[in-house]
Design a protein around this ligand. Structure first.
Ligand SMILES: Cc1cc2nc3c(=O)[nH]c(=O)nc-3n(C[C@H](O)[C@H](O)[C@H](O)COP(=O)(O)OP(=O)(O)OC[C@H]3O[C@@H](n4cnc5c(N)ncnc54)[C@H](O)[C@@H]3O)c2cc1C
Length: 404
């Protein structure tokens, strides 16, 4: 049986493992960290296209810890309403986009992979690999070497596999924004569950959603012109950071300040990055998927969905195309145009959140209402290419020729 070594046990790793297993390949997942991230950290909204891809693999429990978010509402910082749009079209069985903590999603995907008897090893930090005459050998920090027929890099934004495939591979691109957020408790704020409330504030973007348990999940994206170092961000105390955020939202007519004050622990900020074009997706029998090869800015709400879609397409390619490098090349030809378009969509969405000079802000305040009016009028068509993408498992794939 063909054996695939999968580096990374985040989103792409376990889902690819389940797709490969369905395709008749033996997957082995290697994750650098311990299995202990459940329930902690930031959250994400898994869009309907990602959920649909999970359903193709029969993965139904991964989002049990989350809750549905079928709508987005947009406002200016003044409180002026811009529009209400669907967060992707509902699937025939009623499935809609769903919010979940990243740690819970990771934990549930890994548990589902283990339930399917997939080999998952924790505490295995990948450090290097070579193509051999008939396969690959992967090396880990603890001195272990593992042989396989192919290697899949699903090791995220700061991928080590990417630099093994191509030492000159590009590094993540900074989006001139940082990200923070938290979970507020014991506070009542306007709005209904099932909707993301997004505010284009005078000095910063703010978003919140109501958890059915009464918590308010929120995040903010302060503009930060130059990429901050880890040390710079670590030097800001939690209380200074809270005070800074309250100041950023002080002049807005939104619940942001009350929500921030009602948050016991605000996440330390981190930079927003993406990865637009990676020239080499594969080398011999090694291939990249997910954030390791096309990280999407969180402003698109599509990174996890792209990782899941990748996994499904890769499973189909390896199922239907016996030659492994040919299957990898076909995977790239199918996926590259879509993921690069989504990365670019995320970048443009992020650019809208950057608050620059006063002139830029004035222009934004004039243009935004028109922009959102257009989106509301033409909502389904405007974003259907993102949300309506479907990948039926049973539809066969044949090798695709290289573009002329
Ligand atoms: C704050 C934030 C909000 C987001 N919001 C959304 C959203 O709303 N919707 C959405 O769809 N996406 C969102 N995303 C993006 C989404 O989280 C990612 O696109 C998705 O997790 C990518 O999955 P992945 O498996 O490719 O990478 P990751 O989830 O990053 O997983 C990579 C895994 O590889 C492991 N690893 C790394 N290096 C090694 C190594 N050397 N050896 C072994 N293992 C290694 C890591 O520990 C990790 O478990 C958000 C991201 C962030 C940061």
């Amino acid at each position: 049986m063909t054996t695939a070594l999968i580096i990374g046990g985040g989103v792409a790793g376990p889902v690819a493992a389940m797709a490969l297993q369905k395709a008749g390949i033996e997957p082995r997942v290697f994750e650098a960290y311990d299995k202990s991230a459940e329930g902690i950290g930031a959250n994400l909204v898994l869009a309907v296209n990602g959920r649909s891809a999970l359903l193709e693999l029969g993965i139904t429990t991964a989002l049990d810890a989350g809750f549905d978010i079928p709508y987005n509402r947009y406002f200016m910082g003044s409180g002026r309403r811009l529009s209400k749009v669907a967060n992707g079209k509902q699937l025939d069985d009623g499935t809609v986009s769903r919010a979940v903590k990243r740690g819970d999603l990771y934990g549930a995907l890994r548990d589902e992979a283990l339930r399917r008897d997939i080999h998952v090893e924790f505490g295995m930090r990948f450090i290097g690999a070579e193509n051999t005459a008939d396969g690959v050998v992967a090396r880990f920090e603890n001195g272990t070497e593992v042989h396989g027929d192919l290697l899949i890099g699903a090791d995220g934004l700061h991928s080590t596999v990417r630099t093994i495939i191509d030492p000159n591979a590009p590094k993540p691109r900074y989006g001139r924004l940082i990200n923070t957020g938290g979970y507020a408790r014991d506070i009542s704020v306007p709005g209904e569950p099932g909707t993301e409330f997004m505010y284009l504030g005078k000095r910063c973007f703010f978003c919140y959603i109501h958890h059915p348990n009464g918590e308010i999940w929120w995040y903010a994206a302060p503009s930060w012109p130059n990429e901050p170092s880890r040390e710079e961000l670590a030097s800001i105390t939690r209380e200074d950071w809270r005070a800074h955020l309250c100041e950023l939202f002080a002049k807005d007519n939104t619940p942001a300040v009350d929500i921030i004050k009602a948050t016991p622990e605000i996440w330390a900020p981190w930079p927003i990055n993406d990865l637009p074009t990676v020239p080499r997706w594969s080398n011999g029998r090694m291939l990249l998927i997910g954030d390791s090869v096309h990280a999407v800015s969180p402003t698109a709400g599509q990174g996890a969905s792209m990782a899941i879609e990748d996994s499904l397409v890769l499973g189909k390619c390896l199922r239907d195309i016996p030659d492994i490098p040919e299957a990898m090349a076909t995977f790239e030809r199918i996926r590259r145009p879509r993921v690069e378009k989504v990365v670019s969509f995320g970048r443009r969405a992020g650019d809208l959140l950057i608050v620059g000079s006063q002139a830029r802000r004035r222009a934004r305040d004039l243009l935004m209402p028109l922009f959102f009016k257009r989106i509301a009028l033409n909502e389904a068509a405007a974003l259907s290419w993102v949300y309506d993408h479907r990948i039926p498992w049973d539809e066969p794939i044949s090798p695709q020729p290289a573009p002329a």
